[in-house]
Design a protein around this ligand. Structure first.
Ligand code: SF4
Ligand code: SF4
Length: 368
């Protein structure tokens, strides 16, 4: 068996060796297997390096609900747009800037004169608040555990009074469980996101694995990491073992970053909420606790006056099915025609981690 210590992460020969092992494993398993990964960065590396071409046809690797931009719900974008249009300065990550709400994106609001700034981190948004003491600055905070941890740290660091957070942060494990249970999906194993697991640790996937009778392997983001993760998954499948394995030990530990997890728990409570196009998922949204109400945009400002229509722009958009592993971007009638990165109809065409943008950018050609 290949040991991770031996691997150079973009070594073609190692990749071929791993692909051969995977072939042999699939021969011995002797049935079709679907692995779902839960991270846009996994999709990027799979598409960019043509890894699917290296895998046997009986093994499919699909994208799950793994792009934080794509799963941000339309009414959440609407809230941010409404706040910008009411005269607040809204700061957000670059990808969120262009994601359509029910009638417009933050980029559209900015073009119409609203104050919207792109920031690279939660602390950049705090700096904006410090530099603009006479203006309310709202950080439209999106992303999973990794970015939720930095938002939590900022809220605990005594930010200025004019700094507020509109939280659209989401917690991934409950979404994995919902997708695993969907009658239309047929997931045999999860390749979990290494970045998020650096915060959460890998131990917590134990309950997902047990409850759904499905192995989970945490994987890294270089081509060899992904192939190694798949090989580890197949090893579990071969032995009929429902367990969690860590195929990214250089970054991920069993318990994760305890201080970061503690900050998340202190600042956020978990509530149910809509994941764009997928489902209303219990306990999967990070909502700011009452203790931090003075910095919560939802508790301090009117944000409800927005549409709860989640379909207006997306009647034909099948992002939800793509993120549930049911469809692929090619199945969408708008793909690459009406919907392009310059003119995105759905969120999956906006983000660098979105399945449709990745598919359009890289196709499926091997480049290793
Ligand atoms: S935030 Fe990190 S873990 Fe989550 S989808 Fe993006 S790269 Fe993957
Ligand atoms: S191609 Fe565009 S409209 Fe179609 S699913 Fe992807 S993002 Fe949605």
């Amino acid at each position: 068996m290949t040991s991770l210590g031996d691997l150079k992460y973009r070594d073609t020969q190692k990749a071929e060796e791993l692909a051969d092992t995977i072939d042999e494993q699939m021969d011995s398993i002797d049935r079709d297997i679907e692995v779902m990964h839960v991270c846009g960065s996994h999709e990027q590396v799979i598409a960019k390096f043509g890894l699917r071409e290296l895998l046997p046809s009986s093994l499919s690797v699909t994208m799950g609900p793994g792009c934080p931009v794509c799963v941000t719900n339309m009414p959440e974008v609407d809230e941010a747009v409404a706040l910008a249009e009411s005269g607040k300065l809204v700061a957000t990550y670059g990808d969120m800037f262009r994601v359509p709400g029910s009638s417009k994106s933050l980029a559209d609001a900015k073009a119409n004169g609203a104050s919207v700034e792109v920031v690279y981190s939660a602390s950049d948004a705090v700096t904006l608040a410090e530099e603009n003491p006479d203006q309310d600055v709202i950080f439209f905070a999106t992303g999973f555990e990794t970015t939720a941890a930095s938002t939590a740290a900022v809220l605990q660091s005594n930010p200025p009074d004019n700094f507020y957070v509109l939280s659209a942060h989401k917690y991934v494990p409950p979404a994995m469980e919902v997708v695993a249970e969907m009658p239309s999906t047929d997931v045999d194993a999860f390749l979990a996101a290494g970045h998020a697991a650096t915060i959460t640790g890998y131990e917590l996937f134990g309950s997902v694995a047990k409850r759904h009778d499905i192995p989970v392997v945490v994987g890294g983001f270089e081509p060899i990491d992904v192939l190694y993760g798949v090989q580890e998954i197949l090893e579990l499948v071969e032995c009929d073992q429902v367990a969690v394995k860590n195929a990214y030990p250089r970054c991920v530990s069993k318990e994760g970053n305890k201080a970061a997890m503690q900050a998340i728990e202190q600042v956020f409570e978990r509530t149910s909420g809509e994941w764009r196009g997928i489902a209303n998922i219990p306990d999967a949204n990070f909502t700011i606790r009452d203790e931090y109400h003075q910095h919560s945009a939802r508790q301090q400002f009117e944000t409800e006056s927005v549409s709860d229509n989640t379909d207006m722009l997306t009647d034909q958009c099948i992002c939800g099915d793509i993120m549930a592993g049911i469809s692929s971007p090619d199945d969408c009638d708008l793909f690459g025609e009406e919907c392009t990165p310059d003119n995105p109809v759905g969120a999956c065409m906006v983000s660098d981690e979105g399945a449709c943008k990745i598919k359009l950018e890289y196709g499926g050609l091997p480049e290793l």
